[in-house]
Ligand binder design. Sequence first.
Ligand code: TUI
Length: 314
Amino acid sequence: MIQSEICELLGIQYPVFQGGMAWIADGKLAAAVSEGGGLGIVAAGNAPGEYVREQIRVAKSLTEKPIGVNIMLLSPCADEVAQVVVEEQVAVVTTGAGNPAKYMESFKAAGIKVIPVVPSVAMAKRMERLGASALIAEGGESGGHVGELTTMVLVPQICDASKLPVIAAGGIADGRGVAAAFMLGACGVQMGTRFLSAQECTIHPVYREKILKATDLCTMVTGKRLGHPVRSLRTQFARDYAKAEYGQASDEELETMGTGALRLAVQEGDLKKGCFLAGQIASVVKEVQPAAEIIREVIEGAEPILKRAPSWVK
Ligand code: TUI
């Protein structure tokens, strides 16, 4: 059994968060992860506040354990989602793709624990000053919107810069990743890609097959030119986008290509126009399993590794 201060802080059994995957992490997935002892997270993505309210209620109808909501701060609906999480009294808010400073007071006043994704030491320090409860250090191995640094270098630097509990994310999909994260100073992990294969995760069968058949070099980063680098599977869409981005396409043309691409991947499995977000660890994901089994497996996989560690010290 691996437990840490994040378990006590949040009232969860295992130090495993499910990433806030836009269009994917709904109330059903979040509830399955929380029921399995981790922290299930409803992703707001670009969705309106009322959709998020509905999904929070779905999750709460399926579990009494704590759940979180991820607010994607680039979303035009971020303000209304922030209002909804306060009204619905969710236990935890995680944030991504920006600075949540303007919401911190209202979240704290509502007793919500705020756990921002921080891509740098400066952001970690700022978030600690503003009253964050913990930090997620997400390296660029992750799927979706990525920062500059890898998990390997980001986690120890965030741990040095802050007294808050640190959750490692990016490149973690099994017990080895959990053990490594703890060695770097983290007290928990967040996984997105691994939960794409959860039985309770509703994605198009094409998406799921792509993940199960992924190899080590099958992701790439696009979107740097518009300032929002995103890691996804190297599909026809990703190649076309990269060609456009490094070629003559205007910013408007790139925006148009990107619009709706996440939904087309998740709901339609559209390899030509859909953007299949996934992390670099995708090839480790081999089978469809219930979320609770995934959590048990990664925790049980870390235990023998961590127990063996003292034998290396002579
Ligand atoms: O946010 C993510 N992953 C995501 S968001 C997303 S949806 C999307 N849609 C359109 C464009 C871009 C994304 C898909 N995947 N992960 C957390 C994360 N946050 N990674 C990096 C950051 C981050 C970056 C900059 C957090 C804070 C930050 O601060 C900048 C500032 O404001 O100083």
